[in-house]
Structure formats: C-alpha cells, structure tokens
Design a protein around this ligand. Structure first.
Ligand code: RUQ
Ligand code: CUA
Length: 681
C-alpha cells in the first residue's frame, strides 16, 4: 500500500485535472489502506463510482490503475506519448496514445486499406504500393501479382541529435526485404522500396542519430550465385551472403535516395536484430547473428533440422560496423554494383576496418545500445544472461588489434574478454532491452513471461560488472519486445513501459480460437514496476513500437488547398470551386471535379466502353472534419479525400452499365445525396 499511497499523493500535485484525480484517490485511500487487495468496497467515493467499485469488487490498486490510465473525454492532450507500432503481418502501422493506450489510427502501409483509400485507384497510394514490388531484381511470382502484404516488424522514427524529431517513420517488411516511409505530417505512406539484394529483412530498422541513413539488413541470407540452385544449400557458405543496408534519407522529404545509399556485404550468418550507435558509439552499428553454423535444414533429406544445426556453436557473432568508415569507402569507389546498389564487398569491408565480429553467447536475439552509447546489451534467448559489451573496450580492442582470429571470410574477430563489460543473469529467455532515464535496463523474458529491471549504474557507468537485477514483473503472456518512452533515443523519458505480448489466453472475453495480442502498460516511476493496464490489439502481432512525446509530432489538421499527398505539394490538376469541367480527347475522358458537402460536381460522367477515364478530384473544403470518399461500384475504386486533398484516378471504362458512384463517409445530413453517375454505354 505504501507505494500506492505515494503515487496517489503524487497524482494530487499535477495541476487542476490532477487535483480532481488526487481528490478522488485521496478518498479511495481512506478505506483502501485497510481493505486493499481483495473483497469489495475498498473505497469511499459514494455515488456511481462507489456502486461500480462495489459491483466489480475493485481493490484500491485497481482504482489507482484506472486513474493512472484514464484520460477524460475530450482531453486527448493528456496522452503524453504516441506509440508508433508495427502492425505485424497486417502490413500496417498503428498509432496509439499513452497512458490511455487507445488506438488512434491504423495507417495503411504495405497492404491496401480501403477506409483510407490506400491502394484502390488513388494516384497518391496505388503507385506507392505497386512500386514496392521490384519484379526485375526480386523473384516475385508473376501469377500471384504484386506484393500486397507485408510482415512489419520494426518501426524507426527519424532523429535529430539523437532525439526524435517527429518527421518520419520507417518500417521494414520482414517477409520480403522491403521498407516503407511514412510522413508524420499527414500520417500517410509515401514510399515503399523493394531493397536490392534483400530477400527478407529483420535487422533494423533504425535511423542514425541525425537521420543520415535508415538501416535495414537481411535476415535469411540472399543467394548471390544462382548458377546451380539444386546445390545452392550444399554450397551455402559460398553462394549466400548477408547485406547491411544504409539507405540515405533525403533531408527535404524523408525519402530513400538510392544513389547515396550503400550496402555492406556480410557473411551468410543469419543476421538478426540491429541497433545504432550513438554518443560514445556514434558512427557504429551493431547486428546480432544466429546460425553462424550456416545450417540449412533438410530434415526429410536425411539431414539435421535447422533448429538443431543452428544451435551447435557456443558462440555466434556480434557484427560491429563502422558506418562512417563505410561511407568513406563507398565514396572512394571501393564498391561493386549489385542490382542497382553500391555494395562494399566482404573482403574490402574486412580489410578497411568497416566490419568486425565479436563472439556472443549462442543464438542471441536483441542487441540494444544504451542511451549514451557506452554499452550494447545482447540478450541470450537460450541463455538466462544478458551480455553487456563496452564501446570503450571495443574501440580499444580494434585500435590494439586485439583479435582472437579471423572467420573463414577474413573478418577479424575481437576477443570476447576484451570487449565484454559484464554479464547479468536475468531469467529464462531474455530477448530485448530498453532503457530509462535513471540508469536502468528493462529486458523482456520470453520463456518466463516477465520483465526484468536491472541496473547499469548512474548514468549507465558505474564501472564494469556493476550490472545487477533489481526487480521483476510477471507479464501476461509471451512477451516479445518492450518499449520505454523514447527509450531508443539519447534522452529516454522513463515513466512507462509497454510490454508487447501475444495470445493472451485468459485476459479478455472469448473471441474464438485466435487470441488477442496484449499491450501491457507498466508504471516505471516507483522502485518496483507495477502493471497499469491491459489493451487487446485486435489485429496482427505488433512486433515492436517506438514511443514519442506527443508535443514532438506536428501533424497537419488540413491540407493546404489542392495538395496531393504523394508530393505534399499543390497538384497541377487541383481546381477551385466553379472550375469544374469535362474534356474529351479521342477516347480519353478527362474530368476535373470538385468534392464538397454534399455533392460531386460534375455528378454525371458519360463514357463509351473502352474509353480511358482520368479523374482529378479536389476536396475543396477547409474544415478539419470534412473528409469525403469516392467509390465506384464494380470498378474496385475507392478514394478518400481529406479537406484540401487532391487525388487522380485513371482507369478504363471496360464494364458497360450505370454505376452510381458515392461518398463513403457519412459527411453531412445530405451525405446519402452525395452521389453521381458513371454511364458507360
Ligand atoms: S524480433 S521476430 Cu523484433 Cu524479437 Cu522480429
Ligand atoms: Cu461526402 Cu458523404
């Protein structure tokens, strides 16, 4: 109770709204002190609140939790942080508020999302999705068509001086080796890149501290010599390679600039998670690996299954990449061209000091750089420890050529004891680590379904081997990633932690055989971690999230009149009210239409079978709550136009008939009247 009391009293000191909360909580305390933890009637609020408390038999802690995550109606400004969350194999992105944990938006990214008009004819989204399939360099099945899904894993927010700047978000497609860019002015997807030489991706994404690059690397290595595919797996170590990719970011619009980008060829160990150096380790990047055995499976061909073959070595390899050096090497032209990408060959990377390896205990998972960049924590996965590497030691070992040996590709391997600062036993199945502002690390324990809090010392430096487990919190259940507020930056905010859990079997009402994911919000303000709330995520496993302070995001309320979201500039075919027209040139019917409450103008479009139709639609409204839709039945066309937005739709009138196009948003009292006719005769 002591902790609850302290927190409630703190609550009383946070301004006007806090006073109300404090008042309520203060009352709750009177009886909570005596009866907390069980039974009913733990508080003395009177009225409706007390009725609910009694009926649900809420303990004082429950009331505290409710108050901690409560955001009053109309007070969205009380959500101090946004979560930018992966949408897993839905291929999308989620935006949520903290501490309310409310889902604010689902952003269509890789997968067509009808309600946003994402990928159903609009020129600001359909080409973005289609460009995400590079049929030339990647072996995409022609019969199955362009890729319209993704397995999104790791969102990465743009940074300036090691802090989030609220401009762009990036997210990788683990399945197909792609990456997307989302502009946080309108929270829409602007670019999807099918990254050359990546068949799949896991490592990263991360953004370098001044958004010079966004990083993405292979997961399963890529075949680089396809002369004998039947023997490819037997020759795995020769014909497969990994690739660490630094995609240059155009500072003006956040897009990928392939000409300034480069890759570093890696040994075909399975590269896993990656993180970016900062502060003491700025200029470096770190990637874990597993399966340095280069096992390929073959359990029906008389060989070992992959999970056995890949777990033999005592050590796998932490990849230490000097990307500033790589940048120089690329500039000096010591690259080869591979599928449109400048690649620093493996032998060059090894010789030039771009790539080093360091042993890491078998089959690790996450590598996470501490806020000041001094430490890199590698989680054991099959080993109850995390291993903490010291950047100072890494630099010294490189400088003094303190190498154990080279791997078979000639890459120098640093001595384990020369680079490790310490190890700490945390529990079963450590996966990922995040940090707060007070010198603590938080590591997810997958097998144990728990979060371990451990000390790195103040501030992240108390001398080596000072790492100590200080607290553990049970999680429900199957935790993967976890996220502290701004925990990936140089200035974490602490306060809360979000645990990302899967298949929570007994936490929510039954919704059938596929169980909801569960985001658990955890209070970090006390010495002991405390669970605040459960939030079911009714969609795919959101692998990872980043949390950004609300005041860093400056989303637009409306578009400047005539904006095309793809360019974020005035569309050449934007029109003003009264400038609507239809022109026919040969078999091309071109229409400039206005869209507003509660009409399309023109509302009749006449075409002949086989005509090309080019529609320029301008939402001429300026109010923030004036989004209109534009759907043509049977043509698979559905656009969404926010106030000020322009979209262009081109299609062939290849079905005869009368098609009543209509607005898909209930936008006004006369919304149902907001329709028109496409006549194809
Ligand atoms: S990782 S399986 Cu983010 Cu733990 Cu992808
Ligand atoms: Cu516009 Cu309904």
């Amino acid at each position: 109770m002591a902790l609850t009391r302290r927190r409630l009293l703190e609550g009383a000191a946070v301004g006007t709204a806090g006073l109300v909360v404090g008042g309520v909580a203060g009352k709750a305390l009177n009886e909570g002190d005596g009866g907390g933890g069980g039974g009913g009637g733990t508080t003395n609020l009177g009225g409706k609140a007390q009725e609910v408390i009694n009926a649900r038999k809420l303990a004082a802690e429950d009331v505290t939790r409710a108050v901690q995550s409560f955001v009053p109606p109309g007070r969205g400004d009380m959500d101090d942080f946004y979560l930018i969350s992966s949408g897993g194999h839905s291929g999308q992105l989620l935006v949520m508020g903290v501490p309310s944990m409310r889902i604010l938006k689902m952003i269509g990214v890789f997968t067509p999302e009808a309600w946003q008009g994402h990928g159903f004819g609009s020129d600001s989204s359909e080409p973005v999705i289609l460009a995400g399939t590079d049929a030339k360099n990647k072996r995409t099945s022609p019969s199955r068509g362009p890729l319209t899904w993704a397995d999104t894993h790791h969102p990465a927010l743009s940074e300036t001086n090691g802090e989030y700047d609220g401009r762009y978000a990036y997210i990788n497609d683990r399945a197909n080796g792609r990456i997307a860019m989302i502009d946080l002015r309108d929270f829409k997807t602007k670019q999807i890149l099918d990254v050359p030489n990546l068949e799949s991706s896991h490592g990263g994404c991360f953004v370098t501290p001044n958004s010079e690059y966004v990083h993405i690397s292979t997961m399963t290595p890529t075949l680089v010599d396809d002369s004998d595919i039947d023997k490819a797996l037997d020759n795995f170590s020769k014909v497969f390679r990994g690739f660490s990719t630094f995609l240059a970011i155009n500072p003006k619009n956040g897009r990928f600039d392939l000409d300034r980008s480069f890759q570093i060829e890696l040994p075909p160990y399975t590269q896993d998670l990656a993180d970016c150096g900062k502060g003491e380790s700025e200029g470096y990047a770190f990637i874990n690996s597993y399966n340095s055995e280069m096992a390929t499976g073959g359990n029906l061909e008389g060989k070992e299954s992959l999970e056995i073959g890949a777990s033999k070595n005592d050590y796998d390899m932490l990849h230490i990449i000097n990307w500033k050096k790589a940048e120089e090497v690329a500039k000096a032209g010591k690259t080869k061209q591979l599928n449109g990408m400048r690649v620093i060959p493996l032998d060059v990377a090894a010789a030039e000091g771009v790539l080093y390896l360091a042993p890491e205990p078998r089959s690790p998972h996450g590598v996470d750089v501490a806020p000041n960049g001094a430490y890199m924590t590698v989680a054991g996965k099959l080993d109850p420890h995390v291993t903490v590497y010291s950047m100072a030691k890494v630099l010294k070992a490189i400088e003094s050529k303190d190498f154990e040996k080279q791997d078979q590709y000639g890459v120098n391997i640093l001595k384990f004891d020369s680079v490790v600062a310490g190890r700490v036993e945390l529990g079963a199945g450590p996966l990922h680590t995040q940090y707060d502002d007070k010198g603590y690390g938080y590591t997810s324990l997958f097998i144990e379904s728990a979060v371990a809090k451990w000390s790195l010392g103040e501030p992240y430096h108390s001398g080596d081997k000072a790492f100590k487990l200080v607290d553990k919190l049970a999680i429900n259940y199957n935790i993967g990633h976890l996220c502290t507020m701004e925990g990936d930056t140089m200035k974490p905010a602490g306060k809360y932690l979000v645990a990302l859990n899967k298949w929570s079997i007994d936490r929510f009402p039954n919704v059938g055989t596929l169980k909801p994911q569960n985001f658990q919000l955890v209070d970090l303000t006390g010495e002991k971690m405390e669970l605040i709330s459960d939030t079911p995520i009714g969609m795919a496993e959101p692998h990872y999230v980043q949390a950004i302070r609300r005041d860093r995001l400056k989303g637009w309320e409306v578009y400047p009149p005539g904006t095309n979201p793809l360019t974020m500039e005035k569309d050449p075919d934007a029109i003003e009210l009264g400038k609507e027209k239809i022109e026919r040139k040969g078999n091309m019917v071109e229409v400039w239409a206005s869209v507003k409450r509660s009409s399309f103008k023109p509302d009749i479009i006449r075409a002949k079978l086989g005509d090309k139709i080019l529609l320029h639609l301008t939402n001429v409204e300026t109010a923030p709550d004036a989004t209109h839709g534009f759907a043509i039945p049977r043509y698979n066309i559905e656009c969404s136009l926010d106030a000020g937005e322009v979209t262009n739709v081109e299609f062939t009138a290849d079905v005869k008939g009368t098609f009543a196009f209509y607005c898909t948003e209930f936008c006004s009292a006369l919304h149902l009247e907001m329709q028109g006719w496409l006549l194809v005769s």
